[in-house]
Design a protein. Structure first.
Lengths: 63, 224
């Protein structure tokens, strides 16, 4: 990582440390209690996306 | 597994209700469709044929759009409007988007706050309204899907009666589309209004959708 000439701005700091923070957050969401919560989110997103996709596809197919 | 079901009981319960109701709707809908076809000397259809038909998805989307509209409007309205005594309202003095400290965003966020609540700028602004944006988007998408299915169904009926088909933009101003839309909206808005007002005076012990049983009628924004 290139070190900014005049010291890191707050934006560069956040850009630099965000990936590791995100990895930590996703790692915690992917396991244990948070992981189970995430699985119900995936289920409901699948319900909504599946229903909307099917409805549009059927309408277009009958067009 | 037992732990999973306990921690996700609400989501699993409603997922089962949703899936069961959708399957039951498709079976009842197929029988109703076939009964009508028989009455008019038409061809009956199998279950798969029915669930890949515009009539079924038009009916499904009619209800979806109104439900997501209901919640989107409720989420947005409760930012700015309050109801004295209601469990569904926030406190009368909290009208508006509230302070960063109250909402725990930006510099006021905790280390355990979601990343996009902490970083500030556009991402925090977007995340601050993400629930309304997503619910509103699902409403618009399902309303669009309803209009496409109802439009095809309307034109099929027009052809059966030797009448001319209409374009999709013209169907959007047709009374058929608005009757199908508004018959669902009116019931959703009534149900939300009833919930807002009835929670002032009525209680359900143990439910967060109610005030505590002993809470005074004029106590606002308290969960039991």
């Amino acid at each position: 990582m290139r070190i900014p000439k005049h010291g890191p701005t707050s934006r560069r700091v956040s850009a630099a440390i965000e990936p590791s923070r995100q990895r930590a957050r996703f790692a915690s969401l992917g396991s244990g209690k948070d992981g189970s919560v995430r699985s119900v989110l995936v289920l409901y997103v699948a319900f909504v996306a599946g229903g909307l996709s099917a409805a549009v596809l059927v309408a277009v197919a009958h067009g | 597994m037992r732990s999973y079901l306990k921690e996700n009981g609400l989501a699993c319960f409603f997922a089962l209700l949703f899936a069961g109701s959708l399957v039951a709707q498709s079976i009842a809908g197929q029988h109703s469709y076939n009964a009508e076809q028989s009455t008019h000397g038409g061809v009956t259809v199998g279950w798969w044929e029915y669930v890949t038909d515009i009539d079924f998805w038009g009916a499904v989307m009619e209800n979806w759009q109104s439900e997501f509209l209901q919640f989107a409007v409720f989420i947005g309205a409760t930012v700015w409007l309050v109801q004295r005594g209601s469990n569904e309202s926030k406190k009368l003095e909290d009208v508006g988007f509230e302070t960063d400290e109250e909402q725990r965003v930006g510099a006021r966020a905790a280390s355990s706050s979601p990343l996009w609540a902490r970083v500030g700028g556009f991402r925090t602004t977007l995340y601050s309204h993400s629930l309304l944006l997503v619910m509103g988007s699902i409403f618009l998408a399902s309303w669009l899907a309803q209009s496409l299915n109802n439009w095809q169904s309307f034109n099929a009926s027009q052809r059966e009666h030797a009448a001319s088909a209409v374009s999709w933009p013209r169907y959007l101003v047709n009374p058929d589309f608005w009757e199908r839309t508004l018959e669902n909206w009116q019931s959703e808005f009534l149900a939300v209004g009833v919930l807002v007002v009835f929670t002032i005076y009525l209680r359900q012990r143990g439910s967060p959708e109610s005030k505590p049983v002993g809470a005074p009628h004029d106590e606002t924004a308290s969960s039991g």
